[in-house]
Design a protein around this ligand. Structure first.
Ligand code: DAH
Length: 341
C-alpha cells in the first residue's frame, strides 16, 4: 500500500505541474483527490491492514493528500497568473493611436432663421403654435373667407385626399388662425410656423412642399399701424437697423385691407439688379387686417375686436438671411452645402 501511495503521489505531482489550463487541472484534482479518485480507492483498502500498519498508512495517505492539494492550489495560482498576463497582452490598448472623430451635426440654416424669428416674436409676447399638415378644407378655405369656387381651391393647385375635397394637405399656414380663434382666449398673439403643400413643379424658387410662418394678433383697438410697427421691428431685428421696407396694397380673401410687405434690395439698395430682378425691392410677406367675416365665423364680434395677420415664406426668408441663391439647396441636404452655415 505504501508503494501504491508513493506511486500516486509521484504520478499526480508530475501531472499537476504539467497541467496547462484550469479545466485540465480540475480534471486531475477529481482524478486523484475526488470521492471516486485514486487516493480514496487506496484508502478503502485500509480495513484490511493490521492495527500497527493502519496509523502509519493513514499518516502517509494524509501527507499525500496534503501534498496534492497544495500542488493543485499552487498550480492553479500559476495558471491564473498566466491567464491574466495573456489577457493583458491580448487586450492591450495602444493609447497613441489617433482617436476616431465623431462628426457632430448642427441646425439646418432654415431652422436657424426660424429660431431667430421665434425669439423675436416670443420677446414681443407671442405664443408659438404648431398644427396639423393634414387639414380640413373648411379651415384652410371656408373659414378664411375663400368660398366654393375660389381659384385657390382648384384641384390643379391643391393636394386633396378625397373626391369631395374635404381633407387636404394644407396649402398655407393660415388655417392656424382658425384653430387659434377656436381654442384660445382673447386677446390672441400667435406665430405658427410649419410645412405647406402645393402642386408646384420644382425649380429655383418653387417646391411642392415649403414652409410658412403665420402670425396673428386679435385684441381691442388693434390697427394697421400696429401691423406695420410690429413687422418693421421684426424685419430690422432680422436684417439690420437700416432695412427699408414698403407696404403695397394687395388682395387676400381673409384680410381687408390686405397688403404685401417688401424690403429694399440689400444688393443694389433699391436701384435694381439681378437679385431683385431689376425691381429694387424683394417681396417678403402677405398681411392685412383680419376680415370682419373671418372674425364673425369664429364667434368674435368685429365691432369689439380687430386683428391683423401675416404669412411669410420661411425658405425665402432664410435665403435672404444667408444669401442662398437656389431654393433646392435648402431641401437637398447636401452636407457640402449645409456645412457652410
Ligand atoms: N396665406 C397667404 C399665402 O399663402 C399669406 C398670407 C397673406 C397670410 C395675408 C396672412 C395674411 O395671414 O394676412 O399666400
Amino acid at each position: 500500500m505504501k508503494q501504491q501511495l508513493e506511486a500516486i503521489r509521484a504520478a499526480a505531482l508530475e501531472a499537476i505541474l504539467a497541467a496547462d489550463d484550469a479545466e485540465g487541472l480540475d480534471a486531475l484534482r477529481v482524478k486523484y483527490l475526488g470521492k471516486k479518485g485514486e487516493l480514496t480507492a487506496v484508502l478503502k483498502q485500509m480495513g484490511g491492514l493490521s492495527a500497527e500498519e493502519r496509523p502509519v498508512m493513514g499518516q502517509l495517505a494524509n501527507s499525500v493528500r496534503a501534498d496534492l492539494e497544495k500542488a493543485v492550489e499552487e498550480q492553479s495560482a500559476i495558471l491564473a497568473e498566466k491567464a491574466l498576463q495573456r489577457r493583458l497582452v491580448e487586450e492591450a490598448v495602444d493609447v497613441t493611436i489617433p482617436g476616431k472623430k465623431a462628426e457632430v451635426g448642427h441646425k439646418h440654416p432654415m431652422y436657424v432663421a426660424l429660431d431667430e424669428l421665434k425669439e423675436i416674436f416670443i420677446g414681443m409676447g407671442f405664443t408659438i403654435l404648431d398644427g396639423p399638415e393634414v387639414e380640413l378644407a373648411v379651415n384652410n378655405f371656408d373659414r378664411l373667407n375663400a368660398e366654393e369656387g375660389h381659384p385657390s381651391r382648384d384641384w390643379s393647385d391643391t393636394f386633396y385626399f378625397d373626391t369631395d375635397s374635404r381633407v387636404m394637405l394644407r396649402s398655407q399656414t393660415s388655417p392656424m388662425q382658425v384653430r387659434a380663434m377656436d381654442t384660445m382666449e382673447l386677446p390672441i398673439r400667435i406665430v405658427a410656423p410649419g410645412r405647406v403643400y402645393r402642386k408646384d413643379e420644382v425649380d429655383a424658387t418653387h417646391s411642392p412642399m415649403f414652409h410658412q410662418v403665420e402670425g396673428m394678433v386679435i385684441d381691442k383697438g388693434v390697427t394697421m399701424a400696429d401691423l406695420k410697427g410690429t413687422l418693421n421691428t421684426v424685419v430690422r431685428k432680422l436684417y439690420g437697423e437700416n432695412t427699408v421696407t414698403r407696404f403695397r396694397p394687395h388682395h387676400f380673401p381673409f384680410t381687408e385691407p390686405s397688403c404685401e410687405m417688401d424690403v429694399q434690395c440689400h444688393k443694389c439698395g433699391g436701384v435694381g439688379c439681378p437679385t431683385c430682378k431689376g425691381e429694387g425691392w424683394i417681396e417678403l410677406l402677405g398681411a392685412g387686417m383680419i376680415h370682419p367675416r373671418v372674425l364673425e365665423m369664429s364667434g368674435i364680434d368685429p365691432t369689439v375686436y380687430t386683428g391683423w395677420a401675416f404669412g411669410m415664406g420661411l425658405e425665402r426668408m432664410a435665403m435672404r438671411r444667408f444669401k442662398i441663391a437656389d431654393l433646392r439647396l435648402i431641401f437637398e441636404n447636401d452636407v457640402r452645402f449645409l456645412s457652410q452655415f
